[in-house]
Every structure is written in C-alpha cells, then in structure tokens.
Write a protein that binds this ligand. Sequence first.
Ligand code: M6R
Length: 365
Amino acid sequence: EKGGFKHFMQKEIFEQPLAVSNTLLDRLPLDGGGVPLGLAFTDEELRSFQRITILACGTSRHAGLVGQFYLEQLARIGVEVDYGSEYRYRDPVVMADTLAIGITQSGETADTLAAMKEAAARGARGMAICNVQGSTAARLAEATLLTHAGPEIGVASTKAFTTQLVVLLLLALRLGEARGTLDPAVRAEIIQALRELPALLERVASTERKIHQWAQKWHEATDFLYLGRGPLYPIALEGALKLKELSYIHAEGYPAGEMKHGPIALIDRHLPIVAVMPRDAHREKVLSNLQEAAARDGRILALVEEGDTGLDHIAEDVLHLPKVNPWLAPILYVVPLQLLSYHIAVIRGCDVDQPRNLAKSVTVE
Ligand code: M6R
C-alpha cells in the first residue's frame, strides 16, 4: 500500500508530480479559450466580486497566503486570509459582493466549516477548495474546485498543499480573464509554466539524497528559523510547520524582512536558518536580509536557483533548484522543505505518518 516507500508521507511527497498533473487535467486552456474551470459562477458574478476572504487552518491556510498573492496580482481583488478558528469570533465585517473561499484538504475541519457558515450567514458567496468530493465543505459551498491529489494518508499535508496552490493559481487566472486584469503575456507564460510543472517537480524530488545529507547534519538542532519573502514567505511558514509537527523541533517561519523586528535577537551560531530565495523580484532584498543574519553568525541553509551564486560565501549549505517561472516557485520550493522535515523526523525516530497529539482531520473546535 505504500508502494515501496517507507512511509505514506514519503510516498505522497513523490506523488506530487502526478497529483499536480491530475489537478491540471482538462483545466488548461486550449487555443484561444479561457481557463476551463467549470465554475458554478457566471462571468458576470466573477466580475461582481469586490473582496475575497480565504478561510482555512494549518497548511491549507498557508496555501491561502500564497493564493492571496495570486488573486491580488492577477485578478486585482483585495484578499484577506483568516484562521478558521478566529474568523467567527471577531464579528467579521462582510461587505456586499464578497466571495468566501474555504480551503480544506479533508473538507471536514470543524473550524473551517464554521467559518464558511459564518461568512455565508453574513451574505458572502461561498466556494470550497477541497480534496474530497462529497465532503461537508464541498456540500456547503455554492461552487467547489477539487484538488485531484488522491487520498492523503500521512497526517502531514504535502500533495494536498501543492495541488491547492495549483488550483488557486488557476482560479486567479480565471478571475483575471473574467475581470480583464490579466496581461496576455503573463497569462501565456504562466500557462506554459504550468504545463511544465510536473516534470520540474520530478526533478526536484531527485534532490532527496542531498536533503538527506542535510538532515544527517542538522537533526540535532533544537531550533530552526525559516525565511522567505513575497509568495515564498508562506513557504517559510509551511517549512517551519512541517518541521514542528513531524520532528517536534521548535521552528519559526518569518517573512525575511520582519527578521530585524525581533527574531534577529535569536540568531547565533546554534541557529540554523533555512532560506528560500528563488530568482524573483524579492531576491535582492532576501539576500541583504541573509547578509544581516550571517553577520550575526547565523548558519544558513539556502534553496536557490541553479546558477545563483549570490549566497555561496555566506551560506553553509546551498541546494540548487531548476529555473522556474516565479509564479510557480512556491510550488517547487516547498518540496525540499517537506523532504527535510521528513528525513529529520525519521532520523530522530519520530512517527512521521502519525505524529503525537495530531489527527489527520480535526473535526472538533
Ligand atoms: O483538512 P484541512 O486542510 O482542513 O486540514 C487543516 C489542517 O488541520 C492541516 O493542514 C494540518 O495543519 C496538517 N497537519 C499540516 O500538515
């Protein structure tokens, strides 16, 4: 049942190229057409939305934070992202023409469902991004976009996350088309990059050997700091969450620019800093944040693009990833972070598929 892998989590990490291609199947536009998402909303309705509220928990909320970049930049709609567990307790202001999107792998997370119901009761239109057909979230929402990741057994979410990012990007393209906010050249580049994504994910999976070496070297650290900027900032949060839940090592994720407002005080030669720095619009800023960290003896492990030598002098370990369209970098760069937490947890003797105190779907408040 684990198909030759030691754990479901490892199998699911390696299934990501397939999960992504299944999620893209029949959803990329043919010549001249729009993105065929089969949404239950008309173009007129898509144009009428003034605001998007994303409601989710844990890893699914991190997907929502990347989605915020996609939707704001490609569809020019203001997006807020909230915790399922917080939303309904702050007497939320729901403006007319709000679209509330619940993101949930299982479709059964109590906090997310309660938040979706709260938004609907206050007049928002509802959508679910979900991996389980017929789940409660899918039944609650007016429109559902399924991630076709296949069953996710490991408690740590991996392939559900990457397919959520794919669906959010497709949704941003679809909304951008309906609203006339999409630059045709950007649209064409993203669609081409999506076609190439499964093959790129295959290549990234082959970094496992090197990541395993990193895990052997770093598994005794007691704290980790993860840094990224722009759409890679949620990937830093996700890397830290994966490490915490699997290996029980304390880890924090931060937007790299926020480091100087507090976490910089933590930095010394005992603190590994995992940096995600693709060649995107934020690269120079991240680089200067990392120079600050290195000047304080922080030990840097970096994920950068092939050929990028900018961190060679300050990072202790560098992993090079294939060149990728910046919109897709979050989907690619999260994979080595999943592998890093997986291997550190295995080396530490943790139960990766069933970490202590956690359940696959949290159906209580
Ligand atoms: O099924 P959901 O996506 O609604 O689950 C939300 C979280 O409970 C889930 O992502 C959790 O954070 C995972 N254990 C993360 O790996």
